[in-house]
Design a binder for this molecule. Structure first.
Ligand code: ADP
Length: 371
């Protein structure tokens, strides 16, 4: 087990900078997930930790040892790729044993390690088979098994589930969580899927364009995103963003006005901003429900499209202040509005998010799930 420390880690290919000086401490035994849109540099960051890419600037240490110039094989890490990279002509046993055989580990020790990894991953009965005789999920397990037998200090996973179908992804997600519980080894996991990030991580690092936007516990990021980018990226469906004007702000909260004149209170500290300033109001789809008669505050929308999923109904609605005039709300399954219908949606003061014109979040008063 080991911690991983990055200080000002930058990576450039010629003129193109991919990582812009990343500072991050991954704690010993932690499950850290790197998440962000395609091309933001997550894989590069993982490959830098693995030693598959050298660092242009900065310092990287694993378990207290600076490893900038240490080759991958001597870093105490094991990496699992999305492509599995199994040897097709070898059976599963040999696929898992191969690395240890190369390292001239005694036969008995190899056998113990392989059988124990196979037991953890529930593939003991498949050890004689070749990779071609396995399902995608089983192949992924073998790839993980090959990493486990090396008893690394840190596991690195690069989008390990992206080649699997949806049902299998969900099952394997659970298996990854369990693997971490059992092994308690430091794990760093890259994905573009925010649901995977939310469900697996002790902490999530959100990246955009080679920069760390925020690092925190999943619910901390959900409740207290530092900016609009994180607010939109964490949570599904994506947060609705509405243009608004700040009317007033005091110790208890802020009041904003929408284009149609609707006035809404938000439990945020916007005392640093001047009244009249343009702001962005964030409302999550799951917090927008049909307003009761006595709702403290609400917005009026017109339904444009409805997706009934059984347990929930997604309604896509029109509102003049919403980005692209469209707002998503997640209603109860038995609520089935018609296209064209007007809806009143309750806005709970303590469920609203507020950002300045540059997208920086105002602090929310709610104490739940702090990062
Ligand atoms: P992600 O994993 O977030 O999708 P990557 O880390 O794979 O992103 O890539 C980040 C950026 O670096 C991308 O724009 C990609 O095109 C670029 N990139 C990756 N590898 C190289 C390379 N060997 N040479 C030049 N650019 C690269």
């Amino acid at each position: 087990m080991a911690d991983v420390k990055l200080q000002g880690v930058a990576k450039a290919y010629g003129e193109t900078t991919i990582l812009q000086g990343v500072d991050l401490e991954i704690r010993d035994g932690e499950f850290m997930v790197f998440v962000g849109p395609s091309g933001c540099g997550k894989s590069t960051l993982l490959r830098v930790i693995a030693g598959l890419e050298d660092i242009t600037r900065g310092e990287l240490s694993i378990g207290g040892r600076v490893v900038n110039d240490v080759p991958p094989a001597e870093r105490g890490i094991a990496m699992v790729f999305q492509s599995y990279a199994l040897y097709p002509h070898m059976n599963l046993y040999d696929n898992m044993a191969f690395g240890l055989q190369l390292a001239k580990v005694p036969k008995g020790e190899i056998d113990r390690a392989v059988r124990q990894a196979a037991r953890v991953l529930h593939i003991e009965h498949l050890l004689d088979r070749k990779p071609r005789d396995l399902s995608g999920g089983q192949r992924q397990r073998v790839a993980i098994g090959r990493a486990i037998v090396r008893q690394p200090q840190v596991f690195l996973f690069d989008e390990p589930l992206s080649n699997l179908d949806t049902a299998l992804r969900v099952r394997m997600r659970y298996e990854f969580a369990k693997l971490h519980q059992d092994l308690k080894t430091t794990m760093v996991y890259v994905t573009h899927d925010q649901v995977e990030a939310m469900t697996l991580a002790d902490r999530i690092a959100v990246l955009s364009a080679g920069r760390l936007e925020q690092v925190g516990a999943p619910l901390g990021l959900y409740e207290h995103p530092a900016n609009l980018f994180v607010a939109r990226f964490i949570g599904s469906p994506e947060m609705n963003v509405l243009d608004a004007t700040l009317e007033s702000a005091d110790a208890l909260g802020a009041a904003v006005r929408l284009a149609d004149g609707t006035r809404l209170r938000c439990a945020v500290d916007a005392t640093g901003a001047a009244p009249g300033a343009p702001v962005k109001l964030g409302l999550r789809p799951e917090h927008l429900k049909q307003a009761a008669e006595d709702a403290a505050q609400a917005i009026e929308v017109r339904v444009t499209f409805v997706e009934p999923l059984g347990g929930t109904t997604y309604a896509y609605c029109e509102h003049a202040s919403a980005e692209a005039r469209t707002l998503t709300c997640q209603l109860d399954g038995q609520v089935l509005p018609r296209a064209g219908q007007a809806l009143r949606l309750a806005v709970q003061e303590d469920r609203a998010y507020l950002f300045d014109a540059d997208g920086r979040a105002f602090a929310r008063h709610s104490a739940a799930g702090r990062a």
